[in-house]
Design a protein around this ligand. Structure first.
Ligand code: FAD
Length: 311
């Protein structure tokens, strides 16, 4: 369980509180506010706050005085037009703030997305929890032979067991040494009065990258879509993809029209180069185009065939 009973009680108490507002709210997201979605073995994602709804995108696009809403179908049509033509700024009018608990190696990938506001749990100030990400056996895969950034077949038998042992033992040993250097117990009490204990900011360098960290991460809808387009993609590492997928589930509740447009024009869409479009046109005209006669490199050809379903 990623949260303690005290933390769950704090979340429940916060969920009991409501305040009247003139601002736009979205009942489906209100229902999920503050609740932690468990991810990986000790991680989670939860929405702390948000601003705007589908109407806010429309309102900004029309620079309206009121809510800017005409008919729902007209609004959805406008949102789809904006997404299709990459008019991004109306989507920046919606903001969302998450609380995320994630392994440090996932945080290193995530932090590359610079168009967000981040505040991370300070391991200079506080002691990190004794929690490490250990992949479930079905995610313990070998290096892919065809994709240098990907995974191949799942490890089996003794090899899988040995990897799990090493991951668990190394993380535990490094954490034990961290705690020993700090000279503090879990409650922050001094263990050995004859020792000073190493500063937290130094002791933390001994921790393994699968140790969990936490942060508040706030971004706007345009940049969240950009994050999800890259990190909910099958090319992204599984461990960050689960967070991107969970975010998309929340976005679906928050701004259903924008989510639908994103699915259709970004996630489910493909980009064809000018040369690829020429190949498609030649094929539609009845020509049997080969890779050699296409002008595309082998890699481009394979990517185009995959995008078009091996046409
Ligand atoms: C599958 C995958 C593999 C990857 N592999 C590697 C790797 O091997 N090595 C590696 O180092 N990284 C790697 N990355 C990270 C990747 O190169 C990007 O750094 C990361 O995805 C963030 O993307 P971004 O810059 O578009 O996002 P953001 O930082 O959120 O920026 C969004 C957009 O804002 C604009 N922008 C933001 N800041 C600036 C700026 N300072 N100057 C100009 N424009 C800006 C850009 O248009 C950018 O696309 C990988 C990412 C993925 C998804």
């Amino acid at each position: 369980m990623p949260l303690t009973s005290d933390q769950l009680a704090e979340i429940s108490a916060q969920r009991e509180t409501t305040a009247p507002t003139r601002r736009a709210t979205v009942p489906a997201l209100e229902a999920r506010l503050f609740e932690a979605i468990p991810l990986l073995d000790h991680g989670f994602l939860r929405v702390i706050d948000y601003m705007g709804d589908d109407g806010a995108i429309v309102q900004a696009a029309r620079v309206s005085y009121g809510r800017g809403t005409r008919r729902v179908s007209e609004d959805a049509g406008l949102i789809r037009y904006l997404m299709r033509h990459r008019h991004s700024t109306p989507f920046e009018m919606c903001e969302i703030k998450f609380h995320v608990k994630l392994p440090i190696f996932v945080a290193r990938q995530w932090i590359r997305h610079r168009t967000a506001n981040v505040n991370e749990y300070s391991a200079r100030y506080s002691v990190l929890d004794r929690e490490f990400y250990i992949p479930a056996p079905e995610h313990l895969a070998a290096q892919s032979a065809i994709n240098r950034q990907g995974r191949g077949a799942t490890l089996q038998g003794e090899e899988a067991a040995q990897v799990l042992r090493l991951l668990t033992d190394d993380a535990a040993r490094c954490y034990d040494h961290y705690a020993d250097m700090l000279n503090e117990d879990a409650a922050g009490a001094v263990v050995d009065a004859s020792r000073q204990g190493l500063a937290r900011e130094l002791a933390r360098m001994n921790l393994t990258l699968n140790t969990y960290t936490q942060w508040y991460w706030k971004t706007d809808l345009h940049n969240l879509f950009h994050f999800c387009a890259l990190r909910a993609d099958p090319h992204a590492q599984y461990e960050i993809r689960v967070y991107a997928d969970a975010m998309l589930g929340l976005v679906k509740d928050w701004v259903p029209a924008a989510y639908g447009a994103f699915q259709d024009y970004r996630l489910g869409a493909v980009t064809l180069s000018a040369q690829m479009v020429a190949v498609v046109k030649r094929r539609l005209a009845g020509e049997a185009v080969t890779q050699e006669s296409s002008g595309l490199s082998k890699r481009e050809w394979v990517e185009m065939e995959a995008a078009l379903g091996g046409a």
